[in-house]
Design a binder for this molecule. Structure first.
Ligand code: SF4
Ligand code: F3S
Ligand code: FES
Length: 241
C-alpha cells in the first residue's frame, strides 16, 4: 500500500470560475490494484463530493472516462496508479469545451460522428432473409468495429486542436467501418463528406491518435484506406490487397 497525490483540474462556472485551476488531494493506503478511476472515486466519496467526471462501466468498455492523465489521453479505468509516479495529474480532454471539472462537451464530437453516416445504407432488398456476409469480408471491418467512441484519438490530434471543424480520426474510423462493409450502399454520400475541407485530408499523419487508442485500433491504416478510396473513387482495392 502506498500514498498518492492526485492533482485534479477543477472548473465550475456556476461558482464564478473563469478558468480551470488545480486542487490537490492526498490518498493513503492505495492498493496495487487501484486504477486512477478508483482514486477519483475515493476523492469524491471521501473528500469532496462536488468533484464531477464521467464514468460508467469501469472496465474499458463504455469509453466515458477518457481524460488526460499525466499528459496523456487515457481511460481512467484502465490505468493502474502503481504504474504512474506518486503524483498524478488529471485534466479534461483537450480540444472540446470544458463544462465542469473533468467533463467536456461531447456534442461536437458526436456531431462529427453523425456527419459520416455511421450506419448501414441499403437500397436493395436482401437475397433471402438476411444480408449475408463472408468471414473474409467481415475481417475488413472487424478492427474498426472495436471502437468505443471514447474520443481519445480525436482529442489527441493536433490537427483537431488547430481546427475543431476537422471531422477527426474517430469519425474517420467509423466511416471506414461502413465504407468497407461489403453490404453497404451509401459510399457516395459518405465519401463526399470525407472529401470536404474539414474531412480526411486535414489528417497530417501525426500518429498521436493511433498511439493513444485504448482499443489498439490501427487508426492510421484506416485513415490511409479512406484517402485511397477517395483517390480511386471506390473501395475495391481493399479486397485486392
Ligand atoms: Fe477511442 Fe480508439 Fe475509437 Fe478513437 S478509435 S474513439 S481512441 S476507441
Ligand atoms: Fe491526427 Fe492521427 Fe492524422 S493524430 S493528424 S488523425 S494521424
Ligand atoms: Fe467505461 Fe472506463 S468507465 S471505459
Amino acid at each position: 500500500m502506498s500514498t498518492v497525490t492526485l492533482r485534479i483540474a477543477r472548473y465550475d462556472p456556476q461558482k464564478g470560475d473563469k478558468k480551470s485551476h488545480f486542487e490537490t488531494h492526498t490518498l493513503s493506503d492505495v492498493l496495487p490494484t487501484d486504477r486512477v478511476l478508483d482514486l477519483l472515486n475515493r476523492v469524491k466519496w471521501e473528500q469532496d463530493g462536488s468533484l464531477v467526471y464521467r464514468r460508467s462501466c469501469a472496465h474499458g468498455i463504455c469509453g466515458s472516462d477518457a481524460m488526460v492523465i499525466n499528459g496523456k489521453n487515457r481511460l481512467a479505468c484502465k490505468i493502474l496508479a502503481k504504474d504512474l509516479p506518486a503524483t498524478i495529474t488529471v485534466e479534461p480532454l483537450k480540444g472540446l469545451p470544458v463544462k465542469r471539472d473533468l467533463i467536456v462537451d461531447m456534442d461536437p464530437f458526436f456531431e462529427s460522428y453523425e456527419s459520416v453516416m455511421p450506419f448501414q445504407v441499403t437500397q436493395h432488398e436482401p437475397h433471402g432473409r438476411e444480408r449475408i456476409q463472408s468471414h473474409e469480408d467481415q475481417q475488413l471491418i472487424d478492427d474498426q468495429a472495436k471502437c468505443i467512441l471514447c474520443a481519445i484519438c480525436t482529442t489527441s490530434c493536433p490537427s483537431f486542436w488547430a481546427n475543431d471543424q476537422f471531422v477527426g480520426p474517430a469519425a474517420i474510423v467509423q466511416a471506414s467501418r461502413f465504407l468497407f462493409d461489403t453490404r453497404d450502399e451509401g459510399n457516395e454520400e459518405r465519401l463526399k463528406r470525407l472529401n470536404e475541407y474539414t474531412g480526411v485530408w486535414r489528417c497530417r499523419t501525426i500518429f498521436n491518435c493511433v498511439e493513444a487508442c485504448p482499443q489498439g485500433i490501427d487508426i492510421t491504416k484506416h485513415i490511409g484506406n479512406v484517402k485511397k478510396a477517395l483517390l480511386h473513387g471506390n473501395t475495391d482495392f481493399v479486397r485486392q490487397s
